[in-house]
Design a protein around this ligand. Structure first.
Ligand SMILES: Cc1cc2nc3c(=O)[nH]c(=O)nc-3n(C[C@H](O)[C@H](O)[C@H](O)COP(=O)(O)OP(=O)(O)OC[C@H]3O[C@@H](n4cnc5c(N)ncnc54)[C@H](O)[C@@H]3O)c2cc1C
Length: 467
């Protein structure tokens, strides 16, 4: 695929359409430069753009960052090997739309190991202990599903009483590790609707690299954040480079960005949409990446390890990713949020101390390079993945309906079952694109005289966007 770099993919037509204007106004003109304006080039935005492009419609895809991928991006510079800063696990690889579209060459997808390990103090859990842990997980999952059938409460309330001393570990795995939030903050109905992840896969080049390979050939405006969206007879999207006009729009920014007010909507976002975004706020999930020389943990490639913990101050290890020396310490939920708030150095410190507690003395010396993601602090995301608040699972359906007549929201949060995943975001983007295309098919094409560009307003500074 062509290499993606800052400010690449600027299609001539797209650049010509961006004109600097002092403020955004609800458009009255019948002429729009694009059929679909897509805001955000993560999985949902890429999927939507591909679908619109395949239908031969004019689209513009704008992205606030200097790269595409959003929460699914591979960093090869920090450690010299692929480091997925966001999504890494390819869930449901058999049906995952991103995996199914993977190019035949240059991308290798392989199954993730089926088993997981558990550390109890300084030793590995024995066979019988592992069975107890797995059976506690199954009982907890069933109890949440049972509770969901009776009403929508919190997953913490639904946990059975017989989990014994596995309770904190099970709560970590089902809550922060799988959903980015503590179980008390997660709706039983939302949790129960997500299918069980029985098989996963990894991409040797990185999940982000795989996603990026599917954007080859798309035209993307990088470093172009939308600051305002106005809806009238058409749609106007304001960016620092000028205002874009389109007939329909698909917005794929995270629910936390939607709720933050960073994008101004005219008219205001409908109350039900604003409430849905609040009910689907993002949890916290970060990778603390340690490059460990000499495999001091004595773990295999892609081994997943949990700690038998007695409180929430715990994490998971994904060791030697794709056979490299990179080990990811996964921190999430309220503890992960608190830790990431203390900064990267504190996160790396925690990871080294925690591994030392589990594996003994020499771990710190084996760390050659380290780093950590901080998704909550990044204004383009403000968190990791959505999980519905107790009582709030209906919000996903609200988000999949049109916001205004010709504007749709798409993204992981708008998927009823595959929420919090790249595959879910992709499918949601495709659905929004299909809805926009249907709407366009039913719209009257402007008559030739209507297509004449509107006269310049006095004092408006129309100019082409600098490349
Ligand atoms: C640490 C972490 C681990 C994860 N692990 C997994 C995993 O293993 N497997 C899995 O399937 N999923 C995982 N996820 C979830 C997955 O990454 C997301 O569900 C998915 O990538 C979301 O895609 P999206 O298109 O909905 O949103 P995003 O990827 O957030 O895309 C939205 C895009 O909009 C851009 N944007 C924001 N504001 C503006 C603006 N004003 N104007 C223009 N553009 C803007 C953003 O920069 C971004 O590129 C993980 C997420 C995180 C953070």
């Amino acid at each position: 695929m062509p290499r993606l770099s800052r400010r690449t993919f600027v299609a001539a037509s797209a650049a010509a359409a961006l004109v600097a204007r002092p403020a955004v106004a609800a458009p009255a003109a019948t002429v729009a430069e694009f059929d679909v304006a897509i805001i955000g080039a993560g999985a949902a935005g890429i999927a939507a753009a591909r679908r619109v492009a395949a239908a031969g419609r004019r689209y513009v895809l704008i992205e606030a960052a200097g790269q595409i991928g959003g929460r699914c991006v591979t960093d090869t510079r920090s450690f010299g090997v692929p480091f997925d800063r966001g999504a890494h696990w390819i869930h449901f690889p058999g049906s995952n739309p991103v995996a199914r579209l993977a190019p035949r060459s240059g991308i290798e997808i392989y199954p993730a190991p089926q088993s997981q390990k558990v550390r109890i103090g300084l030793r590995n859990a024995r066979e019988g202990e592992l069975e107890d842990f797995l059976s506690a997980q199954v009982r907890a999952t069933r109890a949440i599903a049972d509770a969901a059938r009776k009403g929508d409460t919190s997953c913490a309330q639904a946990l059975p009483n017989d989990l014994g001393d596995w309770r904190p570990t099970v709560a970590f795995v089902l809550g922060p590790f799988m959903c980015g939030k503590d179980l008390a903050q997660i709706s039983t109905a939302d949790f129960a609707r997500a299918p069980e992840r029985r098989a996963d896969a990894f991409c040797r080049q990185g999940f982000g690299a795989l996603l990026a390979s599917l954007a080859g050939g798309l035209s993307v405006q990088l470093d172009t954040p939308a600051s305002a969206i106005a809806v009238g007879r058409g749609i106007a999207v304001e960016t620092p480079k000028g205002t874009i006009s389109a007939r329909t729009a698909i917005i794929t920014v995270s629910t936390n960005v939607m709720a933050s007010g960073r994008i101004r909507f005219t008219p205001n976002l409908p109350r039900r949409v604003a409430d849905a975004c609040n009910n689907l706020s993002l949890g916290s999930y970060d990778h603390i990446a340690l490059e460990l020389s000499g495999n001091p943990l004595d773990l295999d490639s892609d081994d997943l390890v949990f700690e038998k913990s007695s409180n929430t101050h715990t994490a998971a290890i994904l060791a030697n990713t794709s056979g490299s020396q990179l080990c990811l310490i996964e921190v999430a939920g309220s503890f992960g949020r608190e830790l990431s708030g203390e900064g990267e150095a504190a996160m790396v410190d925690f990871a080294a101390d925690w591994l030392t507690k589990l594996y003994g003395g020499e771990i710190r010396k084996a760390v050659s390079r380290a780093g950590a993601t901080q998704w909550n602090a990044d204004a383009r995301f403000l968190g990791a993945m959505s999980a519905a608040a107790p009582g709030g699972e209906a919000a996903r359906r609200v988000l999949s309906e049109p916001i205004y007549e010709a504007v749709w929201y798409a993204g992981e949060a708008a998927h009823d079952t595959l929420w919090g995943t790249v595959g879910g975001a992709w499918e949601s983007g495709e659905r929004a694109a299909a809805a926009a295309l249907r709407r366009l098919a039913g719209m009257r094409e402007p008559a030739p005289e209507e297509k004449r560009p509107p006269r310049r307003r006095q004092g408006a500074h129309h100019r082409r966007v600098p490349r």
